[in-house]
Design a protein around this ligand. Structure first.
Ligand code: UDP
Ligand code: UDP
Length: 477
């Protein structure tokens, strides 16, 4: 071999919302650089979920194996047997994060050394946002790295500014959700809409304190890169021009997304029979169905589930609603009752998991009731489906702002003081998006417009495609 081939090591935190865009990016890298090697690495527990050990041909579980030979999967350890288990004790979560850091850093270093010893040295480390230590390990070995930021650039800019001189104003008004903060280059935001890990997790005894620390470490490690850190973002420049300008001077921020569409990963954790709900959708008129999903990690109280079903039934429209197995199990455990609200489901279909990308691109779907995880938002924008936003934590409220204020492709539901989205509010919002009013028509028209913009950006020769090609060329040197 004359010179080493480009070899990307893609590292990700073991959440579905992180694995999915990371795996999509890994495949995009391969498509862009047919000679490259890509090694994909997440925690052992998540890896086993992706490739069930009881299936000898587990590797074939990940579709799109035309690239099979060059996309390799090599897990690192997070120091646990079971992986992160949701638990209401903040100490448990924070302990997991420190074990993830210590063991992850140790085993990722081993992986880098082993790949080099095998004659396939990694030429670029690409890591998602909860592994800032990966950049330090790469730097120690002289390997360039790139952060893969899987939330909006606007949220990246907020973290950046907070940890670069603007913490004071946020901290001072932390307990006043309606206080408006102005950060350089960004639209004014209320404290309540800022990423929750900044405003709610500064105390070491807080549930997500370790995430606050992780973001602080991330901003610090980016500052160590010279001359500038490379930050790939899962968005396209057209969606976030203003925010890109707000951080462009500090870092080399490169929009390469939305990495989409993909039947390639949404099937990994699939639990329901796909044909059943797809056939159900096939039988529904165009634009008539309300699709409901709150992502892969959110929780739901019994009261919320009841209000949700009540509101959906009351809307008089057909609906496809995802209630994950673990949510059902938690509710059944608490109530010693096997989902009795199912009896009330008349006009809709409830599944435990679906191929969301396929569902959103089905013509029957006319509205997406979403928690506004960034993947869900992007999938919806790329499919031209108007959103009904029910954001709760992390970056979700900022994402909802983009949906409603910047792109005008959805509405935001009000949650009451006890944190519940009431049936009446849900029905009001569904009507707002789906009825025959002028306002609803405008939202649908904007959704169609953004769908085309995103398609243009990601197609061959589009802005995100060109950015990715340039990044790949760079990684080969
Ligand atoms: N998803 C899916 N089927 C479901 C629910 C979710 O495929 O029934 C996928 C969805 O397409 C998205 C991811 O899970 O890619 C959720 O990521 P997001 O950022 O929206 O939310 P998170 O789960 O991180 O809160
Ligand atoms: N939380 C949230 N959305 C989620 C998961 C958690 O807002 O999808 C918040 C939740 O409101 C609580 C904290 O995070 O304040 C702790 O989460 P968890 O649900 O694990 O704790 P529990 O509800 O069991 O106390």
């Amino acid at each position: 071999m004359s010179s080493p081939r480009a070899h990307f090591l893609v590292l990700t935190f073991p959440f579905q919302g992180h694995i999915a865009p990371a795996l999509r990016l890994a495949k995009r890298l391969l498509a862009a650089a047919p000679d490259a090697l890509v090694t994909f690495s997440t925690s052992e527990v998540a890896h086993r979920r992706m490739f069930p050990a009881n299936k000898p041909d587990g590797a074939d579980e990940v579709p799109d194996d035309e690239h099979g030979g060059r996309l390799e999967f090599l897990p690192f350890s997070d120091g646990t047997e079971a992986g992160y288990v949701r638990n209401s004790d903040p100490g448990v979560f924070n302990a997991y994060m420190s074990s993830f850091h210590a063991e992850g850093a140790r085993t990722v270093a081993e992986i880098l050394d082993a790949l080099a010893a095998r004659g396939h040295p990694v030429t670029r480390v690409v890591y998602t946002l909860l592994l800032p230590w990966a950049a330090d390990i790469a730097r120690d070995r002289g390997v360039p790295s790139a952060l893969y930021w899987i939330q909006p650039v606007a949220v990246f800019a907020i973290y950046h500014h907070y940890f670069h001189g603007h913490a004071g104003v946020v901290d001072e008004h932390r307990h006043d959700p309606s206080f408006v903060v102005e950060l350089p280059g960004l639209a004014p935001q209320t404290i309540g809409d800022l990423p929750s890990f900044l405003t709610e997790s500064t105390d070491p005894s807080d549930f997500f304190h370790s995430l606050f620390v992780t973001f602080r470490d991330l901003m610090e490690t980016l500052d160590k890169e010279s001359p500038k850190a490379t930050v790939l973002v899962n968005t396209c420049q057209e969606l976030e021009l203003g925010a890109l300008a707000a951080v462009g001077a500090a870092h080399d921020v490169i929009p390469v997304g939305p990495v989409f569409p993909s039947s390639d990963v949404s099937g990994i954790f699939k639990q329901d029979d796909e044909s059943e709900y797809m056939e159900w959708l096939d039988a529904k008129p165009e634009g008539s169905v309300v699709y409901v999903s709150f992502g892969s990690i959110s929780r739901m109280a019994r009261e919320q589930l009841d209000e949700l079903i009540l509101g959906l039934e009351g809307s008089g429209r057909p609906y496809l609603c995802v209630i994950r197995k673990d949510i059902k199990a938690a509710l059944a455990g608490a109530e010693a009752n096997e989902m009795p609200q199912h009896e009330r489901v008349k006009n809709g279909m409830v599944v435990e998991w679906c191929d969301q990308v396929r569902v959103l691109s089905h013509a029957a779907v006319g509205c997406f009731v979403t928690h506004c995880g960034w993947n869900s938002v992007q999938e919806s924008v790329a499919s031209g489906v108007p959103m009904l936003c029910v954001p709760r934590m992390s970056d979700q409220r900022m994402n909802a702002q983009l949906v409603v204020r910047e792109w005008r492709v959805g509405v935001r539901a009000q949650i009451d003081e006890s944190g519940v989205l009431r049936a009446a509010e849900l029905r009001r919002c569904i009507d707002e998006v789906m009825d025959r009013s002028e306002a609803a028509a405008e939202v649908r028209q904007m959704a169609g417009k953004w769908k085309r913009i995103v398609a243009d950006a990601t197609e061959k020769g589009g802005s995100s495609d060109r950015n990715l090609m340039a990044f790949v060329d760079d990684g080969a040197r």
